[in-house]
Design a protein around this ligand. Sequence first.
Ligand SMILES: Nc1ncnc2c1ncn2[C@@H]1O[C@H](COP(=O)(O)OP(=O)(O)OP(=O)(O)O)[C@@H](O)[C@H]1O
Length: 398
Amino acid sequence: MAPKLCLICQKERAVLKRPKTGQSICRSCFFHVFETEVHHTITSSNLFRRGDRVAIGASGGKDSTVLAHVMKTLNERYDYGLELFLLSIDEGITGYRDDSLETVKRNQQQYQLPLKVLGYGELYGWTMDDIVKSVGRKNNCTFCGVFRRQALDRGAASLGVDHIVTGHNADDIAETVLMNVLRGDISRLERCTEIVTKGPDGGEESGHAGGCGGGGRSGGGGSGIRRSKPFKYAYEKEIVMYAYFKKLDYFSTECIYSPNAYRGYARTFLKDLESIRPSSIVDIIQSGENLVVSSEVKRAKGIELQNCQRCGYISSNRICKACVLLEGLERGTPSLGIGSEKSRKVKEIRARNAGTEQVAADGDDERRIPQWTGVERSDEVSGTRNGYTAAASAAVTS
Ligand SMILES: Nc1ncnc2c1ncn2[C@@H]1O[C@H](COP(=O)(O)OP(=O)(O)OP(=O)(O)O)[C@@H](O)[C@H]1O
């Protein structure tokens, strides 16, 4: 029997069936359509301007490795005029991130891009290994997701970049839509399909899309640096195929700190839907894109942006999520930051009533200042740095 020809070029032998469309095509047509679709996503959303300095969030995994490869290819092919960097966050997970960072270092050589690595240890004084020792495995993804988001912002600021791109793909975004529906998280539901975000929470699901839930309702981000997802419409299966056929060097081990079960259910559900109807993934994204939350509902839900009273970052709550989580860790009550602002208040009151929590009195609040703010006690008292005023500090600790 004659080999099946590629449906696109009608010349080469078809070697794969595109998961997104079901078309049988050859390898070079696959590369071409995959790259062209990403180019279309970039140009139709006006993601970049000529001369932009763009950091690629590089974890060493398949998505960000393919993203680095494709961004470099498209930047050269279409002369976007971007200055590209690799930016890696070392969460401090022994046996996982240290190995994947080795992959990123090889990628740096392979793609000849400058690399910046920044660690949770230096930013927060806590590595994920420390956090897991303190909080256990159950909610560690929340810490990791919230801290990573800020860490990427801080790394980008130190590189002087305008824009961060991440490897979040169509499956990740569809999963996030489903999760936000299941949690009734209106504010995130409206924003989670945005291709570019700037400000608190970003609309992106914090935490590992590929497993961890992360993130709560509150902020913890928002430095003014644009953040986008050029793979918004790229199917995960196609990213894996691309990496496989291009023989890209990537790290494929899952995070050792067990993936979040809830996202796992959404993921399994989505994969089931995809097997019945491959367009389910983009259909869910489109449903999310077309959803508009009325301003009345937003007002009723109290979704308003403000600056965190501790670190000055934009947040949808008085204190951003990262500061709340750090406070919990430093006070030895790590569960404090888990869940919504409302549940946090309930926990705080319970802890106080039980006498297990001593809200620090004046003069004992030095430990509350997140290390990464760079605010020293003397600065805080004089209220000169990071918009972190003594008055704000008093309000926070009172
Ligand atoms: N430690 C990190 N340093 C820099 N960027 C990261 C890091 N972790 C995640 N990212 C960025 O966030 C994106 C989503 O990460 P996540 O871990 O949720 O998904 P993933 O599917 O495992 O991605 P990847 O295959 O790239 O690791 C990544 O593609 C990458 O761009």
